[in-house]
Design a protein around this ligand. Structure first.
Ligand code: M6R
Length: 608
């Protein structure tokens, strides 16, 4: 997704901006650009493709200007091209703008601007904003930006510079994240802390309708009506190292290996063993409504949606609370019967997923108690929900979500425990639940220790064109997640199914060229899974089974066997997903895929 970075200070801006763009690469992008203010002019360069392409275009450039803006674009309006890359500019090439988000009324605005004589060079909605600012510019950049924004419908995070104001950058946000970084005689603005954290840890999270005017010596924040606004500065906890690969070839692999800690961090300080309960501080403010909820609706997308599906199984298993799960993008199409006692939980690693945010807003309009579970502190969903729980999984850079998923599952277990102990779970059951949960990180470490076996399987299977993933009960969402991991990073067709559904269609696909990954731990669905495996084998299908350590019976009927340590059936998903992540990773690596930034994908999908 698009990334924004602005710099104003005493140092040459270009290297700082290019370094920052690299930090934003993980978000996914198709083109990039930079504009630097120097000697009464603005120099701009753009390129399609990777940052290296932009750097190549900048070879030999000696711009020393100490203010500028930079952008990585992920196409929404107009194909990826140099013309459509940002910065976009006005007719006179005085005003340059970078923008994340979508100007929804861009077509009608463009019509008006064309009739006023403006000439357009791109297909972007952003260029409309550049001309709109130009139309209102009478020597005061801040005023022109505000006048333009008053006419705009949609979402934006923007950075604007003007040749006439070499000491100033105007930034604004509405519905798209923007963070100020405050340094010594320098100031930054970025869509993501990772772009500025190597320079300063002092940040301000701008909020919707904030407009900030940046100078090297400081900043002023106000709204569109010039009411001045005070925003708290905060210290970023992430360090640069946390966002680097630490010796792993890919962020995804590093993050898979960080999962034992991700699970520990999600539990840290949240379990009271003696009482057999969990305590989620972020829900303190809504304690009674949370524990007294009569119905729960969970909304999320992608991997977070699969976490939600597991949430439904485990909460309904341990409590009397009915749980509904929706893809956030479909939530608005339902006739929602939200009554008193209904809680809505939004799950999102990034906290910026547009569909999930829209579902949060819809649930709020309907009067539900709206809770969030997010990883990125200060993100839009974190701010817009009534209360919530942070994952504390640390930055997840790989586009394919791994450690955030394990962390989401862990917190869903903690939520389940809190609700269940308030209802029918006994003290001793609660204590046993906690004891078993605490063993999970070490069991994940044991699975990671056997990664080379999974690597060998990947070498044997990376050439297949399609895979079927089958699971039942608690491991049905894990089958869906395993298939998603494979398809998003290796581009191999993979389908996840509830194993019981296999005979209702997918079985027609099974032959020697269509392997099945079957999740068959020794749980209450084991016998039925074994039957499914035999059905696959009877049709010459190859089976990669993930089962319980030492299950030689299963091993005998499968082509490949990956074992996971035993645990309570309800906690098995925390273990079962790990081999599937590794399998997807090694298959993608064998096939030479770009693992951390798969094609067409973005880390945070901030458009609906
Ligand atoms: O940030 P979120 O958890 O809201 O993101 C939701 C999905 O976009 C995300 O899980 C996506 O499916 C990942 N690429 C999965 O690996």
């Amino acid at each position: 997704m698009c990334g924004i970075l602005c710099y104003l200070g005493k140092r040459p801006a270009l290297p700082i901006l290019l370094e920052g763009l690299r930090k934003l690469e993980y978000r996914g992008y198709d083109s990039s650009g930079v504009a630097i203010m120097e000697g009464g002019e603005v120099f701009c360069q753009k390129a399609v493709g990777k940052i290296q392409a932009l750097e190549a275009n900048l070879a030999g450039v000696t711009w020393q200007g100490s203010g500028g803006i930079a952008h990585t674009r992920w196409a929404t309006h107009g194909r990826p091209s140099v013309e459509n890359a940002h910065p976009q500019k006005d007719c006179r090439e005085k005003i340059f703008i970078i923008h994340n988000g979508i100007i929804e009324n861009h077509q009608s605005l463009k019509k008006q601007l064309l009739s006023l004589g403006h000439r357009f060079c791109s297909d972007t909605d952003t260029e409309v904003l550049a001309h709109l600012i130009e139309e209102h510019y009478q020597g005061d950049l801040e005023e022109a930006v505000k006048a333009a924004l008053r006419l705009v419908e949609g979402a934006y995070g923007i950075g604007v510079i003007c040749v006439d104001h070499p000491e100033e950058i105007v930034v604004a946000r509405k519905g798209s994240p923007l963070i100020l970084g405050i340094g010594e005689e320098e100031v930054f603005a970025a869509s993501d802390v990772s772009a500025l954290v190597s320079h300063t840890k002092e940040v301000i999270y701008l909020q919707d309708n904030d407009v900030a005017v940046l100078h090297a010596s400081g900043y002023n924040i106000s709204n569109l009506n010039y009411d001045s606004i005070l925003r708290r500065t905060q210290q970023v906890e992430w360090d640069v190292e946390a966002a680097e690969k630490q010796g792993f070839p890919h962020f995804m692999l590093k993050e898979i290996y960080e999962q034992p800690e991700a699970v520990e961090n999600a539990m840290r300080g949240r379990l009271i063993e003696q009482e057999g309960i969990s305590k989620l501080g972020g829900l303190d403010g809504v304690h009674d409504e949370f524990l007294g909820m009569e119905r729960l609706m969970i909304v999320s997308m992608g991997t977070s949606y699969y976490a939600a599906l597991l949430g439904r199984y485990i909460i309904e298993t341990c409590t009397d609370i009915p749980v509904e799960v929706d893809l956030a993008s479909e939530f608005r199409y339902r006739k929602l019967n939200i009554r008193e006692g209904t809680a809505v939980l939004a799950i999102s690693q990034s906290g910026e997923t547009a569909d999930t945010l829209a579902a949060v807003q819809e649930a709020q309009r309907k009067g539900a108690l709206v809770l969030g579970m997010v990883n990125v502190v200060g993100s839009s969903i974190a701010r817009e929900t009534d209360a919530g729980v942070y994952n504390h999984a640390g930055p997840e850079i790989g586009v394919a979500s791994t450690k955030a998923f394990l962390s989401q599952l862990t917190i869903l277990y903690l939520i389940t425990l809190a609700l269940a102990r308030h209802q029918r779970m006994s003290l001793s059951e609660g204590q046993a639940f906690i004891a078993e949960l605490k063993l999970i990180p070490d069991k994940i470490r044991r699975i990671l220790d056997s990664a080379s076996q999974i690597e060998a399987i990947a070498r044997r299977y990376h050439g297949y064109k399609s895979f079927l993933y089958l699971g039942r009960k608690f491991n049905y969402p894990i089958a869906l997640e395993g298939a998603l991991k494979l398809k998003e990073i290796s581009y191999i067709h993979a389908e996840g199914y509830a194993a019981g559904e296999m005979k209702h269609g997918p079985i027609a696909l099974i032959d020697e060229n269509f392997p099945s990954v079957c999740l068959a731990p020794r749980d209450s669905a084991y016998e039925k899974m074994v039957s499914n495996i035999q059905e696959v084998k009877a049709r010459n299908g190859r089976v990669i089974a993930v089962g319980t350590e030492g299950d030689t019976d299963l091993q005998e009927i499968c082509d490949e066997f990956i074992e996971v340590p035993a645990t309570d059936e309800i906690l098995l998903p925390l273990l079962m997903v790990v081999p599937l992540q590794l399998l997807a990773y090694y298959i993608a690596r064998e096939n030479g895929c770009e693992i951390d930034q798969p094609r067409n994908l973005a880390k945070a999908v901030t458009v609906e």
